[in-house]
Design a protein around this ligand. Structure first.
Ligand SMILES: [Zn+2]
Length: 88
């Protein structure tokens, strides 16, 4: 097996082309593209989180926050949620 040293990472090039050069640089430096903090591989609580990190570069904290936001609150209907937003 030979490795091509200096070969461009295709994902990185796509990211840069899309205007995410800063995020690519941060990830390559071992930093989280969101909070810019240095990532310690031991901070990941499970293999799934670590895999997510290898894909997105997000640290555990940002993964937690990102996926919490996506989580749907099953106890609340969309109607009551929207009403809660307009009423005080
Ligand atoms: Zn982060």
């Amino acid at each position: 097996m030979s490795t091509q040293k200096g070969a461009l990472n295709m994902d990185d090039e796509i990211m840069r082309a899309l205007g995410f050069g800063v995020q690519v640089d941060l990830r390559n430096e071992g930093r989280c593209p969101f909070c810019k903090s240095e990532i310690n591989p031991s901070e990941f609580i499970n293999p799934k989180s670590f895999k997510e990190f290898t894909l997105s570069g997000l640290c555990q904290k940002c993964q937690d926050e990102t996926f919490l936001e996506i989580d749907v609150n099953d106890d609340q209907s969309l109607e009551s949620f929207l009403e809660g937003e307009t009423h005080d």
